[in-house]
Write a protein that binds this ligand. Structure first.
Ligand SMILES: Cc1cc2nc3c(=O)[nH]c(=O)nc-3n(C[C@H](O)[C@H](O)[C@H](O)COP(=O)(O)OP(=O)(O)OC[C@H]3O[C@@H](n4cnc5c(N)ncnc54)[C@H](O)[C@@H]3O)c2cc1C
Length: 479
């Protein structure tokens, strides 16, 4: 009998795991269970009146050699190089993003920027003094080190608060650390005087994009997995998992169309569904209380995509738009047609505005109409479009978008990985499965590593896989 492996979730991590498993051993029986009616997870798209958008624009960029090769083989010459172009709405005007020094000076005022520079220097000196108490490893502390308290209070702090909707002093420094654009004032100065190190990329200027957006990449991945013999079962929501004494695993799923419950057996399972769901399924009365508490403290932020189809060929000339101020409820916007013309029609374009929310907060409680009205007001205020130009709208809510790293998230996750090691043939991987703020290439790489661990000769593939989590946590996110 060939070995059966189940993969829970058919996002890029689940698909990459299946691909690597089947490529290495075609005799395996690999089945993916996906709750949605198509694969892709976060790497999917939506369509409104002929305008297509990724669920948050997905540029293709990687520093991981194995993923680079894989993507080149998968998409090859269809990948197109796109020049990045972003703008920021700051104090009532549009400026380039990442900001250029003259524009920042004009917007924030020479005095404010001068004071910010002095504050940055003073903080550096103060921190070097002996006997200074250590600060918590927070986003706020890290960004104040990088930009100084002045610029932090003017720009960086308010934007972070707007996105994460918690004080940045309560967010872990890792969120800033993994972002490539988190280079500080010293890097900006080095850039100005031309001594920036070539290998220290602070933001990408070019990236790859596929005609039709990220879902066309997923289509290719899906067909390769199916050609290799993998089975993708859609509208199957995983509801339960248990391990037998023999080490075999049993997964219960519900067919969302028929409502029927199904039972699947396997020797090994890779789960890419949200970690808190997986832990909830494994918990029983004997589960350590600290694990139950740790699960409840895993928090994810939702992202609401508020889409407006506009009756003119283009809304702006930019791809991403950033809104750090309090004059809009959205923090970011984007125009899919500016990533690739295949994303829209000739005469119309779409603007997608992003609103982040915590489950149950005032944004989550807003109806679609209220979100559309509030975003529309912000769009008018920032000169994006007018009422008579709007010919179509849609609100798309994504509940599991960003894992929220609070100050204790590392210890909490370490405890969870140790606990999960008792299930040697169950690996939790991917963005949701490892509670990782990551990019697609990282999820693909993790899928490969999960497959390699299952194919290897370790007695406990799960423990071997979790030993790599620190490395996954330090992958850089490119802005
Ligand atoms: C707004 C935004 C912009 C981004 N931009 C970029 C970018 O420019 N470039 C880039 O490389 N990356 C980007 N990313 C990151 C990228 O989307 C993710 O890293 C990647 O898609 C995660 O893949 P995954 O398979 O690990 O997780 P997911 O895509 O979340 O896949 C998990 C899958 O599990 C399924 N599932 C969940 N629960 C169950 C259940 N109970 N039963 C069955 N199935 C279930 C889900 O439906 C989903 O399909 C962006 C992400 C966001 C949110």
């Amino acid at each position: 009998m060939s070995k059966r492996i189940l993969i829970l979730g058919a996002g890029v991590c689940g698909l990459a795991t299946a691909h690597r498993l089947l490529k290495s051993d075609p005799s395996l029986k690999v089945t993916l269970l996906e709750q949605e009616d198509r694969p892709g997870g976060l790497a999917r798209s939506l369509t409104v009146k002929g305008q297509v958008s990724d669920l948050g624009p997905h540029r293709i960029f990687t520093e991981l050699p194995d993923v680079k090769r894989f993507l080149q083989d998968l998409a090859g010459d269809q990948m197109e190089t796109v020049k990045r172009s972003s703008k920021m709405w700051l104090r009532g005007r549009w400026i380039e993003y990442p900001p250029r020094i003259p524009e920042v000076l004009e917007c924030l005022g020479l005095l404010n920027v001068g004071m910010a520079g002095v504050g940055w220097g003073l903080r550096k000196i103060a921190k070097a003094l002996p006997g200074m108490p250590p600060e918590a490893d927070s986003f706020e502390a890290l960004m104040k080190d990088a930009f100084g308290p002045g610029l932090y209070d003017l720009l960086v702090g308010p934007y972070a608060k707007k996105v994460w909707k918690v004080p940045p002093s309560e967010i872990h420094g890792d969120i800033a650390r993994v972002r490539v654009s988190a280079g500080g004032l010293d890097q900006v100065i080095k850039k100005l005087i031309g001594v920036e190190r070539k290998d220290q990329i602070t933001a990408v200027k070019e990236f790859f994009y596929l005609p039709g957006g990220v879902e066309s990449l997923v289509h290719k991945l899906r067909s390769e997995v199916e050609d290799l013999g993998g089975e993708i079962q859609l509208v199957k929501e995983v509801r339960g998992i248990k391990e037998f004494r023999t080490g075999h695993l049993q997964v219960t799923a519900v067919n969302k169309q028929s409502g029927r419950e199904e039972v699947h057996q396997a020797e090994q399972v890779v789960s890419t569904i949200p970690l808190d769901h997986l832990l909830g399924m494994l918990e029983d009365k004997k589960t350590d209380k600290t694990i139950v508490a740790a699960r409840k403290e895993l928090r994810y932020i939702s992202n609401f995509l508020v889409c407006f189809v506009i009756d003119r060929p283009n809304v702006t000339s930019s791809q991403w738009l950033y809104f750090p101020g309090g004059d809009t409820i959205f923090n970011r916007g984007y125009e899919p047609k500016n990533f690739h013309p295949s994303m829209g029609t000739t005469n119309q374009a779409m603007m997608v505005l992003e609103v982040t929310a915590h489950p149950g907060d005032k944004y989550s409680q807003m109806s679609d109409r209220q979100l559309l009205n509030a975003c529309f007001k912000g769009a008018v205020r920032t000169n994006l479009f007018h009422r008579d130009e709007v010919v179509g709208t849609l609100v798309h809510r994504i509940p599991y978008t960003y894992p929220l790293y609070d100050l204790k998230y590392r210890e909490r996750l370490d405890r969870i990985w140790r606990w999960l090691e008792q299930y040697p043939n169950l690996l939790s991987a991917g963005r949701q499965g490892l509670f990782l703020h990551n990019n697609m290439d990282h999820s693909i790489h993790m899928g490969f590593r999960a497959a390699e661990r299952l194919l290897g000769d370790s007695q406990n593939p799960a423990a071997a896989f979790y030993s790599e989590v620190r490395r996954f946590q330090s992958f850089r996110i490119v802005d």
